[in-house]
Write a protein that binds this ligand. Sequence first.
Ligand code: SF4
Length: 365
Amino acid sequence: MKYLQEFRDPELANNILSEIRAATTRNWAIMEVCGGQTHSIIRHGIDQLLPEEIELIHGPGCPVCVTPLELIDRALAIAAEPNVIFCSFGDMLRVPGSEKDLFRIKSEGGDVRTVYSPLDALKIAVDNPEKQVVFFGVGFETTAPANAMTVFQAKQQNVKNFSILVSHVLVPPAIQAIMESPVNRVQAFLAAGHVCSITGYAAYPPLAEKYKVPIVVTGFEPLDVLEGVRHAVVQLENGRAEVENAYQRVVNFDGNKSAQAMLADVFVTTDRAWRGIGVIPQSGWSLSEKYRDFDAEYKFDVRDIKTVESTLCHSGEVLQGLLKPHQCPAFGKECTPRFPLGATMVSSEGACAAYYNYGRFTASA
Ligand code: SF4
């Protein structure tokens, strides 16, 4: 398949690996920020091909995984309302709330629908004016423009029975929180390429400078990841801490200005709780005052629903790179994709799901 196979070429991969081996003289811990990169690494065994001095730490870049439990519980409360059609991407349906998930609400009679775009949800609202239609808008900067555009269109078209439950989180504040953690081990970051395709990477040089940490904008195919690691290792070995773009076929410095303008119109930056991690200041978006009528949390008055997270699930430590999934006592026992205790075992970008699906049950697997 064009634009795919050439980024999985074994000969080119071996060439990059040789360069990484030649450059590596000591131990380095590098975090891939995005869960999509984690899945590529585990699926293709990239971590096992690297020199043993290089440790890849799996980061918090799985939006489903970091959506806080209380927001899942708010989604469940809204979806259980009799006059509501609750729309979501499929990966949220099995994320466990305190007692149920969206599939359970559906099995109990709730009108929960899987959609492939927020615009599908808006169309459902237009077609069902007697119902309230809610879209669960979860994601990093990558998915936010489509959600912003949908809310913008709903306002333009005066669709009063549409709203969105927003859980958007941002990468740069997460990098900052990781670097300021007293238990941080990360020495370089592979930044998420798709996020940077929207935002550009102007936000990263101040972080690289402040924390003396190399940040490499990196893609998702095996050669992309290896090239990101190579850039990071060369910087680390040479004592540099700069921002480099190893995903130039997709990302430029400024990003997508049209998308950024839409985001600035619809969203405002806000403090956000990250599941298992806690509140990170100014790390998310919520709807701006101008679009308050489309905010499901206000429309359904669910902001008082508060939830305490279970202590059984160690996903917070997994998401901060403090624990590998197979080191969680529940991994593959009480917690499996069929009976998940945490979102990281359910999401297509979750590190626990990657380890389970690709058979990493031990450190040597
Ligand atoms: S294996 Fe399950 S319980 Fe353990 S951290 Fe992952 S999701 Fe949570």
